[in-house]
Design a protein around this ligand. Structure first.
Ligand SMILES: Cc1ncc(COP(=O)(O)O)c(C=O)c1O
Length: 390
């Protein structure tokens, strides 16, 4: 009865874990949500009023599939600041970056089409690619990003439709690509005529160090489709994100989008546009960065105190996640079962690995729990971890 593409899909384990999250007293390091107390509620209320008084019914009417011209013009200026000479033909607005991943899948993936990803990769992207029955091959990755030599070797054997990567504060690992790695990857992409889908929802959430150029900027727009989103910098409820790239390719994405939802919601786009004009955006990003930096530091300090020394973790310089590696024989899923009994949750890493490895890894989210809950939750996890004999 169902289409072939649906038959083999299974529900995400993260969704299953999230079912436990509403339990009283649960401390969740499992989600991927921004801190709701930092949403600019008062400023958005002002923006709403201004949108309605400035644009009236137009703000509530259907609008074009590509997205509001005024908003796209701002995004073109943002790209121009990074040295990219683009026009509004090079930018479209999507209903979250997740929709862009779906539309890109529609454009490029037939049954058994090959897609390269990092190992591990973002689950939502893997789900989008799998929906179109892609064959996913994970390229080995280290603490500076994807292994470009391994990629080149693989490219000599088989050609993927595209390579999907997150160079800034990756989900799930928090890893950021070094400048050398970015340049090497762009060089490999141009040499092998490889299309890269660069997903960058976290780039603005940088805590320290210098913000590195996107692959899209380094490649001067060639061979790269760039995705970013206002979900983590304003609020995910708007579902406003954008894709930048080759104008011809975007025209095809627009046709695919028409069949999905006609357009991204007009009112939300106007509010995001008004909010960007209000000048609050940068101030709010500074507060988000300071808060998340403090939470990351608190989580690491607590882990140093509470976790057994056999565990290792990284110190991401931005984003919302950090990544823990357990001793090889440990199983994060079993540990999660015990942690749920103690009312604390994280995401076992294995699902993020297209090659099925990573049983002994886990992802911790530091953006949404309070400082108090970070301390208490890590303590609860530490108690469980200390009881494991491996
Ligand atoms: C890497 C990555 N890409 C895309 C998304 C989807 O974001 P949105 O659809 O809210 O823009 C997320 C959400 O967590 C993400 O982590």
């Amino acid at each position: 009865m169902y289409a072939e593409r649906i038959a083999n899909l299974k529900s995400s384990a993260i969704r299953d874990i999230l079912k436990h999250m509403s339990r009283p007293g649960m401390i969740a390091f499992a989600g991927g949500s921004p801190a709701p107390e930092l949403f600019p509620v008062a400023e958005i209320a002002v923006a709403c009023e201004q949108v309605l008084s400035k644009y009236g019914p137009t703000a509530l009417q259907y609008s074009i599939t590509e997205g509001l011209v005024v908003l796209r013009e701002k995004l073109v200026s943002k790209l121009a600041a990074n040295g990219l000479g683009m026009s509004t033909d090079n930018v479209i607005i999507t209903q979250g970056s997740q929709q862009a991943l779906d539309l890109i899948s529609k454009l490029f993936i037939d049954k058994d089409s090959l897609v390269f990803t990092e190992n591990p990769s973002y689950l939502g992207a893997l789900q989008a690619f799998r929906m179109f029955q892609a064959r996913i091959a994970a390229i080995p990755s280290d603490s500076h990003g994807i292994d470009v030599e391994a990629l080149r070797k693989q490219l000599r054997v088989e050609r993927p439709k595209f390579l999907y990567i997150m160079p800034n504060f990756q989900n799930p690992t928090g890893v950021t690509y070094s400048l050398e790695r970015r340049k090497a990857l762009v060089a490999a992409a141009i040499e092998h005529d490889l299309l890269i889908v660069e997903d960058d929802p976290y780039g603005e959430l940088i805590f320290e160090g210098e913000r590195l150029p996107s692959l899209f900027a380094l490649a001067k727009g060639k061979n790269v489709i760039y995705l970013s989103s206002f979900s983590k910098t304003i609020a995910p409820g708007f579902r406003v994100a954008y894709t930048a790239g080759d104008a011809e390719m975007l025209k095809k994405m627009v046709i695919a989008k028409q069949g999905s939802d006609l357009q991204t919601n007009t009112f939300g786009q106007y509010i995001v546009n008004e909010y960007l004009e209000s000048g609050h955006y940068q101030t709010s990003i500074d507060v988000i960065r300071d808060t998340y930096r403090g939470r990351r530091d608190a989580m690491i300090a607590a882990m140093e105190q509470e976790f057994p020394s056999a565990l290792a973790w990284n110190r991401p310089s931005g984003g919302m996640f950090l990544w823990v590696t357990l001793p090889t024989r440990w199983d994060a899923k079993e540990i999660l079962e015990r942690c749920l009994e103690q009312n604390v949750a994280f995401v076992p890493g294995q699902e993020f690995f297209p090659d099925g490895s990573g049983r002994n890894t886990l992802r911790m989210n530091f953006s949404s729990p309070s400082l108090g809950n970070i301390g208490e939750g890590v303590k609860r996890m530490g108690k469980v971890l200390k009881e494991i004999r491996g």
